[in-house]
Design a protein around this ligand. Sequence first.
Ligand code: NAG
Ligand code: NAG
Ligand code: NAG
Ligand code: NAG
Ligand code: NAG
Length: 315
Amino acid sequence: MEKRKKLSKRLNIIKLLLAALPTVAFGVFTIVFTLQQDASAKATREQDQEQADETNRRLIFKEYIDDMTDLLLSKRYDTNINESLLHIRVQTLTVLRNLDGARKSDVIRFLYESHLIHSNQPIKVHLNGSDLTGLKFIKSSAESCDLTDIYLPGVYGENILFEGCLLDRAVFDHAEMCGTVFQSCSLVNSTFLETNLTKAHFHDNQLFEAKFNGALLSHSSIKGGVLQGMDFTNADLYQSDIDHQVFYPLAHGGLIANIFINARHPNGSFFAIDTNDLIVDGQAQTKVCFAEVLLVSYTVIFYLSSVIKAEHCRG
Ligand SMILES: *[C@@H]1O[C@H](CO)[C@@H](O)[C@H](O)[C@H]1NC(C)=O
Ligand SMILES: *[C@@H]1O[C@H](CO)[C@@H](O)[C@H](O)[C@H]1NC(C)=O
Ligand SMILES: *[C@@H]1O[C@H](CO)[C@@H](O)[C@H](O)[C@H]1NC(C)=O
Ligand SMILES: *[C@@H]1O[C@H](CO)[C@@H](O)[C@H](O)[C@H]1NC(C)=O
Ligand SMILES: *[C@@H]1O[C@H](CO)[C@@H](O)[C@H](O)[C@H]1NC(C)=O
């Protein structure tokens, strides 16, 4: 008797489960289907957003070029040159914030070809503070890359690339160009005064008489090409990877030595310190003392900060 009761109880449970199965299966199916739909709707939304952004960027770029062309051809451009240059600066800074790397390069090329960012011309647009993140100039068989005398002091940006470009006498003073790559470029007499070139790469460039006074070159790499007559006064080369010939060009058949006054060596030690160079208005001995204290603190702070943030450009 007991056994039969148990058996029928079990049967009842199985019947119940069987009855519930379609409902459960349907429930599971509904959940999976909904999740899948959500994912595909999300992908579609992202694609639409990307498309909308792209259309937007194209529009912004076109408006900018039209606006600039109108201005450059108008009478008020010449009669009111300072106002015009300011207008160009403001418009350019705004547009650069909203464009992708390829179009940023087009904007810079447009300004360069309009002779508005040449270091050797009196009339120029100052692009300091503009965001050039993702800027890329690459010489190809279809396109030359002549940016001789380009004037870009005080700009900032990551992932900037110049490859096979003519950049003689280019001015990048005070720019924030962490991780920038210069590959096979001609950079004769270019200037990088106090430029932040942390983690930058200079490979196979013609760097004759390039000036890196006060530049930050820690964790950078300078290899190959012509590396003579360069000035690294007050530069920081801490933990950089630099060809032996940069330090001893004469031993490698070079003709002109490079200057390293007050520079910090890759191993952390300082080159010949010329304290006079550290004082702006060399008044008294106390200043020398102060400069030395400053130098020691600077070394310690630099060392600590380099240890802390070794990997990324930002933060
Ligand atoms: C434009 O500004 C410069 C100084 O930046 C000044 O020397 C020049 O006279 C100004 N030109 C006009 C037309 O106002
Ligand atoms: C750009 O340079 C001018 C002087 O040339 C200066 O007045 C201005 O503050 C600078 N702007 C930025 C954002 O660095
Ligand atoms: C670099 O510039 C200096 C000063 O402007 C000039 O005397 C020198 O000839 C230039 N060097 C080259 C290789 O053009
Ligand atoms: C750092 O390198 C320079 C040049 O190679 C060398 O003269 C100096 O002794 C080194 N300093 C240390 C602390 O290793
Ligand atoms: C130089 O750039 C690096 C990377 O963006 C940044 O961490 C560092 O603070 C900058 N140094 C100065 C002095 O601006």
